[in-house]
Write a protein that binds this ligand. Structure first.
Ligand code: FAD
Length: 124
């Protein structure tokens, strides 16, 4: 029998959103043109304004004001986002993620081969 699909709670929305954001960063151009750099910074500001969890949105907007997104390269963006996610982890009492593992987690799969990597986006 098929499970009933229900509106997202805060945790589900967050989990899916981080998946989207980290995957997007993993595929951001390595050397973005000025327009891409500007638009990605703008996207993250607008995203935080409309994120449908008011406390999350407010705190994330403040974080962006204090520490603006770094969009000068794929590497900068990935690491800025990892840092930002770790700030949220800290606030929620979740463990800090090791940012040296970003590409294994979000792009190429774990080095021990435990991911079904042929289905990953980097192969399409
Ligand atoms: P998540 O935190 O959703 O992480 C998903 C996966 O990402 C993890 O399993 C891990 O593999 C990986 N990961 C973890 N840390 C990092 C990192 N630093 N870099 C890269 N990958 C990482 N919830 C609240 O209750 N209050 C808030 O104020 C709040 N603010 C949020 C703001 C934003 C912008 C977003 C997107 C979400 C926010 N959330 C907030 C939701 C919260 O961050 C979690 O998504 C939610 O609690 C579910 O947690 P999770 O255990 O599934 O892991």
């Amino acid at each position: 029998s098929k499970e009933i699909e229900c509106p997202l709670n805060k945790s589900e929305l967050g989990n899916h959103t981080w998946g989207f954001l980290h995957t997007m960063a993993a595929y951001f151009p390595e050397q973005p043109c000025m327009e891409d750099q500007r638009d990605m910074a703008q996207f993250l500001r607008l995203f935080s304004r409309f994120y449908p969890c008011p406390t999350c949105a407010r705190d994330f907007s403040k974080l962006i004001d204090k520490e603006p997104p770094r969009t000068g390269s794929q590497n900068e963006l990935k690491h800025w986002l990892c840092w930002a996610h770790n700030q949220v982890n800290k606030k929620l009492g979740k463990p800090k993620f090791d940012c040296s593992k970003l590409d294994e987690r979000w792009k190429f799969g774990w080095k021990d081969g435990s991911c079904d990597i042929e289905k990953a986006l980097c192969f399409v």
